[in-house]
Write a protein that binds this ligand. Structure first.
Ligand SMILES: [Fe+2]
Length: 384
């Protein structure tokens, strides 16, 4: 068996880590940085911390607050124009996955000619980007700080596609997550859980993704509810920040599978948050794949603190894991699709989109339209 795993970039982790951002940029010889973030990150004062750290190191910096949720190729093109007009030689993404992915995608435009739509493709390519990219997450979820992938929306095609790039440093400071609203703590934490579980059960798994994926699941099972109920609990926030980073490492090579293809379909149709969509899709996705990967499901079940006899079938393990995820979702007040106001037939109509998403091809079970319809039905019916 051949397997592949990568170490995408260096991680600097810990409370106060943002203070070393500027020094690290200076070490790489960069002269002018561009910080990429959204208005929420700016209002929370977190963008200012990044800008201060860079200025304190004597490096020139410009801020750009043009990021929106589910960033589009237009947003990336605007950011690219701003970067070129300002002559920047370093990009710093500060925020949730949308900001980090936008910074990564802008780096493509500083290396290559053309527009973002030339590189954000249904079957993603790797672009050997030259501009250093620093990533500072403010959520404990996406793991984008440690993956090569940037996920960008192509609204004209009703799709979310990707491009792979080089990144240099992940600066993970758990203190930056202390002000995260409760609903985002919940949805981003469950996004991280889905990264770990889908990476471990996809066809491109590797021993490294299993190792860090299992560690991530344990940390999320033991800390998400505390981080949700006690937002200022720094120990739980630190464990969740590490869990999200481990989960990002876990899926960097195997990528995700049908849970995320269903999540992307929801995102394009209903514009609900990525983490919410991943949470809703995860229980049926695990139930679907469990008979194909029973030993993986046993490891996942144990990591979720489910008592096991050792005699459970793959199918039984899938049901146990799906139930435990739903219990966790209820504990952090994830709303059912029905309660969000979506009609069952509109959800089931997404089946072709689930099948056509390239992520579905990494699922250990063939995702036909019937399989996708059943999965969407379970997402709607089995979590009320
Ligand atoms: Fe995700």
């Amino acid at each position: 068996m051949l397997f592949q795993y990568s170490q995408p970039s260096t991680v600097i982790f810990g409370c106060g880590a943002i203070s070393v951002l500027g020094e690290k940029i200076k070490e790489l010889g960069c002269k002018k940085a561009m910080c990429v973030y959204d208005e929420g990150t700016e209002k929370a004062g977190i963008a200012a911390k990044a800008l201060d750290s860079i200025r304190s190191a004597g490096v020139e910096v410009v801020g750009w607050s043009g990021v929106i949720p589910d960033p589009t190729v237009d947003v990336v093109n605007k950011g690219g124009d701003f970067a070129k007009a300002n002559g920047v030689d370093c990009l710093v993404g500060v925020g949730g996955g949308s900001s980090l992915d936008t910074a990564k995608a802008i780096s493509v435009l500083l290396t290559m000619p053309g527009k973002a739509e030339d590189y954000v493709l249904a079957h993603p390519i790797f672009v050997d980007t030259k501009t250093p990219v620093f990533l500072v997450p403010t959520t404990a979820g996406t793991g984008s700080e440690i993956t090569k992938v940037a996920i960008i929306s192509r609204p004209e095609l009703n799709a979310k596609w990707s491009v792979f790039v080089n990144t240099n440093y992940a600066i993970v400071d758990p203190e930056l997550t202390l002000t995260l609203p409760k609903s985002q703590t919940a949805s981003t934490g469950l996004d991280a859980l889905s990264h770990a579980m889908e990476a471990m059960t996809g066809i491109n798994w590797n021993p490294h993704s299993d190792l860090v994926g299992e560690a991530a699941i344990k940390k999320i099972a033991n800390n998400l509810v505390t981080a949700y109920n006690e937002p200022s609990n720094l120990e739980a926030r630190t464990e969740m920040a590490l869990a999200a980073n481990f989960a990002g490492l876990a899926f960097n090579d195997p990528i995700t599978h049908v849970g995320h293809s269903a999540a992307d379909a929801l995102s394009c149709r209903f514009h609900t948050a990525h983490g919410y969509n991943c949470a809703i899709a995860l229980p049926p996705a695990m139930k679907l794949v469990a008979p194909a990967v029973p030993e993986k499901m046993r490891v996942i079940a144990a990591a979720m603190n489910i008592p096991l006899t050792g005699n459970e079938t793959g199918e039984e393990l899938g049901t146990l894991v799906a139930d435990s995820i739903r219990k966790l979702m209820r504990s952090v007040e994830i709303k059912p699709l029905k309660a969000m106001g979506f009609a069952r037939e509109d959800v089931l109509a997404l089946a072709p989109d689930v099948v056509s998403n390239h992520l579905a091809s990494y699922c250990p079970v063939k995702v036909t339209e019937e399989v996708a319809r059943n999965l969407l039905a379970e997402m709607y019916d089995d979590y009320q």
